[in-house]
Design a protein around this ligand. Structure first.
Ligand code: THU
Length: 143
């Protein structure tokens, strides 16, 4: 697989998958829905939505749900791109915890996925490494 696979990425379709996922959000406490869509190098898209809890601190972000779904299905790399959609905001980017969770998956094969974030406004783009520079990772534990 070309390392440049993201050039073939259908960003609109991936964001549409995130938008659809946001429709499954369980966000009765914040009223802030989020959807995430992870694109893998084999073309598979795994989605997630935020799942809140009456014990607020137990709530799960959309990106974290998507990563947990993907990894629990056996995925250990190949993450090409991530789209995050927040229909209740002008703009959105992944929270700090989700950046770390995404970095764990991406780090398994040394990939640096494209991250797309959009609310009701324009889509913004980053590399994951730019959203979480000098990330904590397994190397720190091993040293
Ligand atoms: N949320 C996400 O799902 N992803 C993020 O990156 C930011 C925040 C959720 C958590 C909570 O359910 C709601 O948005 C408000 O913070």
């Amino acid at each position: 697989m070309s390392p440049n696979v993201s050039s073939n990425l259908d960003k609109t379709a991936l964001m549409q998958a995130a938008r659809a996922a946001a429709g499954q959000a369980h966000a009765p406490y914040s009223q802030f829905r989020v959807g995430a869509a992870l694109l893998f190098a084999d073309g598979v898209v795994v989605t997630g939505a935020n799942v809140e809890n009456a014990s607020y601190g137990l709530s799960l972000c959309a990106e974290t749900v998507a990563v947990a779904k993907a990894m629990s299905e056996g995925r250990r790399g190949g993450l090409v791109a991530v789209a995050v959609h927040g229909p209740d905001a002008d703009e959105i980017s992944p929270c700090g915890r989700c950046r770390q969770v995404l970095t764990e998956l991406a780090g398994l094969d040394g990939s640096d996925p494209l991250v797309l974030g959009a609310g009701t406004g324009d889509v913004r783009e980053w590399r994951l490494s730019a959203l979480l520079p000098d990330a904590f990772g397994p190397d720190a534990i091993a040293s």
